[in-house]
Ligand binder design. Structure first.
Ligand SMILES: [Zn+2]
Length: 106
């Protein structure tokens, strides 16, 4: 049985990395892999990847590419108060994501 990891973070959120080599850096979420609880942040957690030549003119080579980060290693950034946790607030019958510290909506 597969479980989907619950994360409140969405694509295009700005997050800060709280563990690992890019700790303290922030960037925009490009993709989320909800099945594995991982996400890719633009320009962060870069790894070298070897690319095979596509044709005889192309030599291939090594490129830098973003590697996925565990969602537990990032925090969303509130534009008012910085890295924070996401809470929810009901607005009519809609559930809104809010900053747990200051109540700012995301
Ligand atoms: Zn806030």
């Amino acid at each position: 049985m597969s479980t989907v990891v619950k994360t409140k973070i969405k694509k295009d959120d700005t997050v800060q990395i709280i563990a690992g080599k890019d700790k303290g850096k922030s960037g925009k979420v490009l993709r989320i892999d909800r099945k594995n609880g991982r996400l890719v942040v633009q320009g962060l957690n870069m790894v070298k990847k070897t690319v095979r030549p596509k044709n005889q003119q192309d030599k291939g080579g090594i490129i830098d590419i973003e590697a996925a980060i565990d969602t537990s290693n990032v925090m969303i950034i509130c534009k008012k108060c910085g890295p924070t946790r996401i809470g929810y607030k009901l607005d009519g019958d809609k559930k809104k994501r809010i900053c747990k510290k200051c109540g700012e909506t995301f």
